[in-house]
Design a protein around this ligand. Structure first.
Ligand code: PLP
Length: 463
């Protein structure tokens, strides 16, 4: 984490809620009489009952985003061999959220035992679950086999052998997808395309390891090769990155048909679809645009090679969970710090920070915020929102034009915190992790209750 680098004073305020899909706020967020509400519930009422910090998910909004992916993929691939959408559970998973995904017709992409168990508690059977990970444990593999997961996404030759062995010992056949690396890496605005693969995930197409793995699966009596998988990164805005990777995967598939006379039935294009965190972020392509482009690539490839149409799946996480959630914080201490030329920056401390949102510290991500208990004022002040942790990099919002009359006790709402917020939360400084609330039609309820000091001490055998 870069520290104390002099950054210019930037004055950007967050846009007010607009009830639009592309906006920064969930679609059922409004400001009325000065107070922001979520799913028809005033944030002031939520905070009075549930305290801060707290994550609040607009249930209707999250379901709508899931449904929109599902419908877009169904429409784009209806004239091919169909499509599935697997919600990437690592973005945020609870039994309640898994139930919403099941009701909206999505599968779940898991990568640990607890994620698998959470999905089953929401009523999922194996058919709509996938198991990921670059170091699956014997316990995870065994449990996934018992569940009959739709597929294991295999990440290495060693893992291929391990899954084959465990399946054989249990007299079972494991359906596998092979995660291949295409040389395309993407994230944010940029993507790079290289021939080498210096990263921990996947089986390289260019070096021939992917091809070797395909042959090895075909030789293993306890494995069935159902598909190829490619996930190129996260927060990707550039649709060309997906195109380039998809071309490589489709090329490998037709080579295998040609050389080995084996028709690989499925292709999974992974996740990574970008969302907006601040008003200066570009508006990303819609699910319909992504789905249309993917279908176009698949159609072109099968026309050129004469291969059959594959069944296609994708695994969006962030683009379903991220925009549906806001974090509510209470303002504590406020401090004006001189920086240069008689200018100052206002530091507003809130009651959470890097323990409930690690993304600014981990990735340098930027967020924004609005005061939600009172109307926003005309006059703004150059502000930085910081957490309460013992780290100077504990920043929630780097640069913000915030109401000049902000005071202790005000409530701030930070949008787009639904993905990789609670799921990456920690107990740093022994802060209890905030709970997650679902708001819908004027009602709120816990999805995951907040931790308290006893929860933390329960694990301490000397307490
Ligand atoms: C992280 C991940 C996803 C989801 O990524 P998002 O950026 O949240 O859409 C999907 N598939 C795999 C294999 C992943 O590692």
């Amino acid at each position: 984490m870069e520290q104390s680098k002099e950054s210019p004073l930037v004055n950007i305020s967050a846009s007010e809620p607009q009830q639009s899909y592309e906006g920064l706020w969930p679609t059922n967020v409004k400001r009325e009489n000065g107070v922001i509400s979520i799913g028809g519930v005033l944030t002031t009422d939520i905070v009075r009952t549930y305290g801060t910090p707290v994550y609040v998910i607009d249930e209707e909004d999250m379901r709508m985003r899931a449904r929109r992916w599902k419908n877009a993929m169904d429409d784009a691939f209806s004239s091919l061999a169909g499509a599935d959408v697997f919600y990437a559970g690592k973005a945020f998973l609870s039994v309640g959220v898994a139930k919403w995904m099941r009701e909206e017709g999505l599968g779940i992409d898991t990568c640990s035992l607890a994620e698998l168990v959470t999905a089953t508690k929401a009523g999922y059977t194996g058919e709509m679950l996938g198991l990921h990970g670059n170091n699956k444990s014997i316990e995870e593999i065994t449990y996934a086999l018992e569940l009959g997961v739709k597929h294991f996404v295999i990440d290495s030759l060693a893992e291929l052998d391990l899954v084959a062995r465990i399946a054989q010992e249990n007299n079972m056949i494991a359906n596998v997808m092979l995660r291949v690396t295409t040389g395309v890496h993407a994230g944010g605005h940029e993507y790079i395309s290289t021939a080498h693969e210096d990263q921990k995930f996947g089986l390289s197409v260019t070096t021939g390891v992917a091809r070797l793995a395909i042959e090895r699966v075909l030789d293993a009596s306890s494995l069935r090769l159902v598909g190829l998988h490619s996930h190129i990164g996260s927060q990707i805005l550039n649709i060309n990155a997906f195109k380039e990777a998809a071309d490589v995967v489709m090329g490998l598939r037709s080579q295998v048909l040609h050389d080995l006379n084996y028709d690989i039935r499925e292709i999974d294009f992974g996740g990574g679809y970008a969302i907006r965190y601040t008003d200066i972020d570009e508006v990303p392509p819609t699910p319909e645009e992504y789905a249309h482009e993917l279908a176009k690539i698949v159609r072109e490839s099968i026309c050129q090679t004469g291969a059959s149409a594959p069944h296609v799946s994708i695994e969006p996480g962030r683009s379903i969970a991220g925009p549906s959630c806001v974090t509510l914080y209470s303002v504590g201490t406020i401090k004006d710090v001189a920086i240069a030329d008689e200018k100052h920056r206002r530091y507003v401390s809130i009651d959470g920070g890097m323990s409930d949102n690690i993304r600014p510290a981990l990735y340098g991500s930027n967020y924004t915020a609005l005061r939600c208990n009172r109307a926003s004022s005309e006059e703004k002040e150059v502000t930085r929102i910081v957490g309460k942790h013992c780290e100077s990099g504990d920043i929630v919002v780097h640069d913000l034009a915030l109401d000049k009359d902000v005071q202790a006790g005000d409530i701030l709402a930070v949008p787009a915190t639904g993905a990789y917020g609670r799921s990456m939360a920690s107990n740093y400084n022994m802060l209890p992790r905030p709970g997650v609330i679902a708001a819908k039609d004027g009602q709120v309820r816990w999805l995951v209750r907040c931790e308290n000091v006893n929860d933390l001490l329960n694990l301490d055998v000397d307490a």
